[in-house]
Design a protein around this ligand. Structure first.
Ligand SMILES: [Zn+2]
Ligand SMILES: [Zn+2]
Length: 327
């Protein structure tokens, strides 16, 4: 049953708008000379911000990488979960730890991959790892990614997940309101990630209460503009704050990775193609760079590992992004 529930949890996150905001705004919180490189690649960082959600279609293990149900381990400030993954598995068993969500450890892993990319001075990989890291960092800052009542299903408030992270964000959060504080070094990435999750969880009761009150005042379950105006009085402030916190955390991780890698010089140049993946369209059989502006809709997308695989599958290169000549 745990398994069925897990598979049933949809690909939530901030939604494309929120994820783009976080990846883009983080750039401006960086110090020079790092900022120049990230500015030059800002478009890529935004375009690739949803990638990890797309991996769910082909990888059954991807889902739990986007959340951690912290309240399954007790309550703040004493969560009964070791910060070390192996220690956590030893204590609770792998099945439980994995199904409760593993986003803090995924952030640590992605961070290490970014350090490696920086040490190798591999500009394309730096952009790719930075974008993927941004997705998980944004997710861990969503209150409903830190609780077992992740969709209000335990309190008769089903749908609150999307009402908060998409409904409120798209209606009330202006892109200019995400202006994160300057990046700072993070001494311990896993410890920081658990703190971000705990902060997320602490905001859940206020959101549940605001949703209940808005429902009561409206008197139906239509979730129209009247509902959103009421819910947003609490929710839009929380959403803006968490987007800012996420962008600050992300910039801090990028900066810390760069320091750990020995502050390699990075030229402020846009890389040609940061993603090792290509994206195919099942229907018109075109394939694209992951950064193409004419990508197919998510339902018709296939992730392809190489040009060779694309050719064998009968795919032709997109005339706009010209994926055949790029790698
Ligand atoms: Zn996600
Ligand atoms: Zn294309």
């Amino acid at each position: 049953m745990g398994c069925a529930m897990l598979l049933g949890r949809p690909a939530w996150g901030w939604g494309p708008y929120g994820h783009q905001l976080v990846n883009g705004a983080a750039v401006e919180a960086l110090p020079e000379p790092l900022r120049g490189f990230y500015r030059a690649n800002r478009e890529h960082l935004e375009a690739l911000s949803m990638m990890p959600d797309e991996w769910r279609a082909s990888d059954r293990q991807e889902g739990p990488r986007h959340f951690i149900d912290l309240d399954r381990y007790g309550s703040a400030p004493n969560f009964d979960i070791p910060h070390d993954y192996q220690a956590a598995v030893l204590k609770h068993g792998k099945a439980k730890v994995d199904s409760n969500g593993i986003v803090p450890w995924v952030i640590e892993q992605r961070f290490q991959q970014l350090v490696k990319a920086m040490k190798n001075r591999d500009a394309a990989d730096i952009v790719y790892q930075s974008a993927a890291l941004g997705h998980y960092v944004a997710d861990i800052h969503v209150p409903f990614h830190a609780t077992e009542n992740y969709d209000g299903q335990m309190t008769q408030q089903r749908g609150i997940h999307a009402r908060f992270e998409e409904g409120v964000v798209e209606r009330f959060v202006k892109s200019g309101s995400v202006k994160p504080k300057p990046a700072k070094e993070i001494p311990n990435v896993v410890v920081a990630a658990f703190d971000w999750a705990a902060e997320s969880l602490s905001l859940v009761p206020d959101l549940l209460r605001a949703d209940k009150e808005a429902q009561k005042a409206v008197g139906n379950l239509d979730y129209d503009e009247v509902y959103y105006n009421l819910f947003s009085k609490t929710a839009s402030g929380i959403a803006a704050r968490r987007l800012n916190d996420a962008a600050h955390a992300l910039a801090s991780l990028w900066f810390t990775a760069w320091v750990k890698a020995g502050r390699p010089p990075l030229k402020p140049v846009k890389v040609a193609n940061p993603s090792p993946f290509l994206i195919g369209n099942k229907f018109n059989r075109l394939y694209h760079l992951a950064t193409c502006r004419w990508l197919p809709s998510p339902e018709t997308r296939v992730t392809l590992a190489s040009r060779e695989q694309a050719r064998q599958g009968g795919y032709r290169p997109c005339p706009y992004c010209r994926p055949s000549g790029s790698k």
